[in-house]
Ligand binder design. Sequence first.
Ligand code: NAI
Ligand code: MG
Length: 360
Amino acid sequence: SNPSLLILAGDGIGPEVMDEVKRIIGWFGEKRQLGFDVSEDLVGGAAYDAHGVPLHDDTMAKAQDVDAVLLGAVGGPKYDNLDFSVKPERGLLRLRKEMDLFANLRPAQCFDALADFSSLKKDIVAGLDIMIVRELTSGVYFGEPRGIHMEDNMRVGINTQRYTEAEIERGARAAFELAMKRGKKLCSMEKANVMESGILWRDVVTEVHKDYPEVELSHMYADNGAMQLVRAPKQFDVIYTDNLFGDILSDCAAMLTGSLGMLPSASLGLPMANGRPKAMYEPVHGSAPDIAGQGKANPIACILSFAMALRYSFDQGVEADRLEAAIEKVLADGARTGDLMGPEGGTPLSTVQMGDAILG
Ligand code: NAI
Ligand code: MG
């Protein structure tokens, strides 16, 4: 039977960019005999409008059951004043939490045609292809104790960086597996010089390395990592780091490559009975209310997220390469949505026209 895919297009430009992915999925079925069992449901504000919650229990159950979830974007001004418990983002957080998606994969890949877009010099980023693996379900964003309380008549804000060996290890395995499929180089980043969790992190990663002797492992303090990412990003292949450092380093790496409209991501969990990891794929960008409903959104981040699904959930690495090559080619030929245009201007392609160009 065909692999199953649950599409949650969400809000704002989510459904617009997802329409282009659906056309590409159709193309794979027709031209490559690569069929998917696709179902669709609501998430975020769209789910709130229909059900009063940002993710219905039935949708959650479906997400647990499929080979991969592909999500567009959630949120928008219409929902900004909702109670925290039903905010659109909570739908996303529930999916991540209940599917236990602990490894967040953020590639930073520079398409040559867009190298001028980087905030760095062209030769520093041309041909860049790195992958940051961020631990997503633990660390300082979740650690207890936390809160704001009074001490000596002063308010004190407290968060706790806390990692178990098991949490560090499972993310490290995901990162080493990825490194094996890529350039066989892994750099682990922490602050072992000043943090206990960093000492444990370095220790556990070194231990897991014994199972992946072919991978060249290095360790770097995360602050130096930030410097190196901007100074000479091509020295890296896969980077493995914690939730907080990963949040910052992946946003930094992303901007090496240009527009938010180009950035995909994947979040992976433990293997299911069929051997595939629990997985959700989504563009890094949000629902872009400023351009929603105008057919201006760049669909490439969402299409590249589907390419990641082909590679990491469906064992279709060759087809993923083809899809990425098609995108590379239309960019080289000069196809640009508005977000990819410099001050010199020109007429941008619409979302659908960019989809047409890629399908062409
Ligand atoms: P955003 O990513 O939606 O937009 C930031 C800027 O980038 C905007 O100017 C937008 O037009 C542009 N942009 C984003 N994606 C684009 C694309 N595919 N093509 C062309 N231009 C694009 O972030 P913002 O404005 O901070 O948040 C808007 C809403 O999205 C908020 O409700 C926020 O909570 C939500 N959001 C949702 C995320 C998700 O679903 N994962 C992630 C980030 C924000
Ligand atoms: Mg961030």
